[in-house]
Design a protein around this ligand. Structure first.
Ligand code: ASP
Ligand code: MG
Length: 405
């Protein structure tokens, strides 16, 4: 008997027929002799619709009340799934995040899980029940309902799997696993059998929407065996785990594109200590996340500094940067939101020099100009014109032979 945590996303819970389908899968797992905890998301696009309703009432909904509102979506899912499972003749109980004892900090709409009390979960499992848990929500030390940020049900599932030391955490979604790139852009994209936590983390952070980055991070820390698979088919899915060096056949595992990028350039910055600090401290103080940063080579005591932020943060980031630019005596600030980031990811890059050069050559042959570059041990990212993103993804996918094998 294994203890399995299964997570079903909004698309798997969209309407009575799909909920019945999920109930069938959960029951089959139980009847195969396992204990099952099912973590579920709100049906379909309900969370979006709840947020829209809030903004129809006020342009500035209070974060506490937003959490109160958003948490209702998952509560609908757990109750309906429990009923569907009971209808199939298996005992089941639904529990909200607070009922389980998912303790979070108090940062409404993007809370972090601090602790999970497993006693209620274990008690229900011992009584032979299937336990259904509302994803995406918890409770702070003052018994206030919190949510974990959009897409947070993945994090709930992995955190519960870690706390219960589950044998497996299965993430059910509407795609069959993790692909070498977005199959809607490249039809030849292949489903990966396995991917390492680090590679998955890069892909998740690069905007591939199959898994929430925080969930991957948690899975890595607690070594939770994770599988991403479809709730609509029997296909085996993609394992996310520690992949050994032996298994790393490919230098590049995947190609990712991200359009949620905007670029800001601060021109003619004086070259002296403390300038970068002034700019990036001011941005951090406003909770603006900066991704790539480039400082050009100094000439005549003057530099340019360019960086990228997520598009929704652009307006605020420009305002902050313009203020600091005046203070430090830079000549001006320019920005663009028609850029995108294309990246190649692969743990095999560590032991293969020349991968970045190969990427640049490929983009050059396609006539694609690179505006910014950043690298890590297992990733190379380039900022390019947004309109060339699909062309770049297709060319890189071919160049690194990801359509083969
Ligand atoms: N329902 C929440 C959302 O749409 C959480 C989730 O789906 O994971 O963001
Ligand atoms: Mg959702």
């Amino acid at each position: 008997m294994a203890l399995i945590v299964q997570k079903y996303g909004g698309s798997s819970m969209d309407g009575p027929e799909r909920i019945k389908n999920v109930a069938g899968r959960v029951v089959n797992t139980k009847r195969a002799g396992h204990q099952v905890v099912a973590v579920v998301s709100a049906p379909g696009d309900m969370t979006d619709r709840l947020i829209e309703m809030a903004y129809q009432i006020t342009p500035n909904p209070s974060p506490r009340e937003l959490d109160m509102l958003m948490a209702t979506g998952e509560q609908i899912s757990i109750a309906l799934l429990a009923m569907a499972i009971q209808e199939l003749g298996e005992p089941a109980i639904s529990l909200t995040g607070p009922q389980v004892g998912i303790l979070t900090d108090s940062v409404h709409t993007k809370a972090s899980i601090l602790k999970i009390d497993c006693s209620r979960l274990l008690q229900e499992l011992e009584q032979g029940k299937i336990v259904i848990v509302a994803g995406f929500q918890g409770m702070d030390a003052f018994r206030e309902i919190t949510t974990l940020g959009r897409g947070g049900s993945d994090t709930t599932a992995v955190a519960i799997a870690a706390a219960l030391k589950a044998d497996l955490c299965e993430i059910y979604t509407d795609v069959e696993g993790v692909y070498t790139t977005d199959p809607r852009i490249v039809p030849e994209a292949r489903k990966l059998e396995a991917i390492s936590y680090d590679e998955m983390l890069e892909l998740a952070c690069l905007g591939s929407k199959v898994l929430h980055p925080r969930a991957v991070e948690l899975a890595k820390i607690y070594n939770v065996p994770l599988v991403v698979r479809s709730s609509f088919t029997e296909a085996p899915g993609t394992m996310v785990k520690e992949v050994s060096q032996m298994e790393k056949k490919m230098v590049v595992t995947g190609v990712a594109g991200d359009k949620n990028v905007a670029q800001i350039v601060v021109h003619h910055v004086p070259d002296r200590p403390g300038i970068a600090k002034a700019i990036f401290k001011a941005l951090a103080a406003e909770n603006i996340n900066v991704d790539m940063i480039i400082q050009s080579a100094m000439r005549d005591g003057i530099n340019d500094i360019a960086f990228t932020v997520a598009r929704p943060d652009l307006k605020q980031a420009v305002a902050v940067t313009e203020r600091v630019a005046r203070e430090i005596g830079a000549t001006g600030v320019t920005f663009r939101d028609d850029v995108a980031k294309v990246s190649i990811v692969g743990a095999g890059m560590i032991s293969h020099p020349g991968v970045a050069a190969e990427m640049f050559a490929c983009l050059a042959e396609e006539g694609i100009n690179i505006h910014m570059i950043s690298t890590s041990e297992i990733k190379v990212s380039c900022i390019i014109d947004e309109e060339l993103l699909e062309k770049a993804i297709k060319a890189l996918h071919r160049r690194f032979n990801l359509d083969k094998i």
